[in-house]
Write a protein that binds this ligand. Structure first.
Ligand code: HEC
Ligand code: HEC
Ligand code: HEC
Ligand code: HEC
Ligand code: HEC
Length: 273
């Protein structure tokens, strides 16, 4: 390492750093080039697909209420809703309990008055955005017109083998507006969870422990109550299994996959709940 003497001028250093005058020309040309490029990027829009990006989650999906898929009798009564469907003796007579009718395959035939049994208590706004409300339609003679997409929600179906389809396993024959457990404990409609518990002990224990179903309300009990959703807020007592559902659209992909698989449209039976 050489050291600079005290009398040596300082301005001799830059001349050694820039020995070639062409460097300045190259740098000027490069700078001008980048300025032109920057202008071009700022002015010319990028690829059309990237300019108007659809939102990650559609507004419609966000508008859906985080409720349960069903309005249980207990919830209906609590919220002061229309409970006329729970008033069995508006149509039936105490002295002549309805006879259950079966078809040739021993499946229960629902009369037209009960043809909407499995869909009527659904919480439509759970899946249909409130800005596009839906309701069940009935024809002139009072038959429910079940939407095509919900055609699977027509028949009694409690258990794979339909073992628990008999109305009077749960409803009291002589007191239609009451429920009863196999042991004969009489319950009101709003106590349906205890009816389910009488046959589904292990699931009920899971539910009590918070491992099945859903907890709503407040974690901080001082702020408000915690609520365990009732069995009938999710499961229809008449057809409790969940069938396939059309999933919500996935998040928008910034770059489409090279060969996105075309999912064929599914049949109406696939997307009932
Ligand atoms: C809008 C009128 C109406 C209401 C309300 C009503 N039912 Fe019915 N129900 C009928 C008619 C009509 C039939 C068929 C004729 C018959 O058997 O009496 C029927 C049949 C039945 C059957 C036999 C089902 C079958 O598939 O053969 C049962 C069980 C029954 N009802 C229970 C109830 C219960 C429980 C309630 C109250 C939660 C109720 N119904 C409320 C009109 C009604
Ligand atoms: C668990 C979700 C879910 C619930 C709850 C639900 N629906 Fe649907 N509904 C769907 C799906 C999925 C479709 C099919 C949508 C499509 O094809 O675009 C559909 C379609 C419909 C259609 C369109 C017509 C047709 O035949 O395709 C109507 C009308 C409808 N539902 C009415 C109702 C009513 C009334 C309720 C409440 C009693 C209800 N839905 C509850 C998921 C639901
Ligand atoms: C597994 C028990 C069970 C069976 C089997 C059953 N029900 Fe029910 N049913 C209930 C419960 C529980 C309710 C109260 C519903 C709630 O909490 O949403 C109810 C409600 C009803 C209602 C009034 C509410 C509605 O959904 O319209 C009618 C009508 C009814 N049941 C008729 C019948 C008929 C008819 C049959 C036989 C074809 C039958 N039920 C079989 C448990 C049962
Ligand atoms: C009288 C007894 C009894 C009562 C009451 C009862 N269940 Fe069931 N449940 C059954 C039987 C039996 C099965 C069929 C089990 C099988 O096929 O493996 C079943 C099946 C089910 C299934 C599974 C369905 C499937 O196809 O996988 C669900 C979910 C269910 N019940 C929910 C309920 C709910 C919710 C209630 C209360 C509204 C209820 N059950 C009341 C006897 C009962
Ligand atoms: C928040 C909604 C919700 C509530 C509340 C709820 N369940 Fe379920 N339950 C489900 C779902 C989702 C499944 C899974 C269905 C599937 O896999 O097809 C299920 C499955 C089941 C099954 C099928 C067997 C199993 O354990 O997987 C039974 C039986 C059952 N539930 C009974 C009950 C009973 C009884 C209650 C009330 C004590 C209850 N459920 C409350 C949503 C609920």
């Amino acid at each position: 390492m050489t050291s600079r003497g005290p009398g040596q001028p300082l301005d001799s250093v830059p001349s050694r750093l820039n020995p070639n005058p062409n460097t300045s020309i190259v740098l000027t040309v490069l700078t001008a080039g980048f300025v032109v490029l920057a202008y071009a990027f700022a002015r010319v829009p990028a690829r059309p697909g990237l300019v108007s990006r659809p939102p990650l989650v559609s507004r419609e999906a966000l508008a859906i209420t985080p409720g349960t898929v069903r309005v249980s009798a207990a919830e209906l009564i609590r919220s002061g809703g229309d409970v006329s469907g729970l008033d069995c003796y508006a149509c039936h007579h105490k002295d002549s309990p309805p006879e259950i009718k079966y078809d040739a395959e021993h499946r229960i035939v629902l009369p037209k008055e009960h043809a909407d049994l499995i869909i009527s208590m659904r919480n439509c706004s759970e899946c249909h955005p409130p800005n596009d409300p839906v309701k069940l339609d009935y024809d002139a003679s009072g038959n429910v017109i079940v939407p095509e997409a919900h055609k699977g929600l027509l028949a009694m179906a409690h258990g794979h083998t339909l073992r628990n389809n008999n109305c009077y396993n749960c409803h009291d024959r002589d007191q239609l507006d009451q429920l009863h457990t196999p042991e004969g404990v009489v319950l009101k409609f709003e106590q349906a969870t205890l009816l389910c518990a009488s046959c589904h002990g292990p699931t009920y224990r899971d539910w009590m422990a918070g491992a099945h179903g859903r907890t709503s309300g407040y974690w901080d009990r001082k702020a408000g109550p915690m609520r365990r959703e009732e069995c009938a807020s999710c499961h229809d007592p008449h057809a409790p299994a969940f069938t396939g559902l059309i999933p919500m659209p996935g998040p928008h992909l910034l770059h489409p996959l090279p060969q996105q698989r075309q999912v064929p449209p599914r049949g109406p039976d696939d997307h009932d709940l």
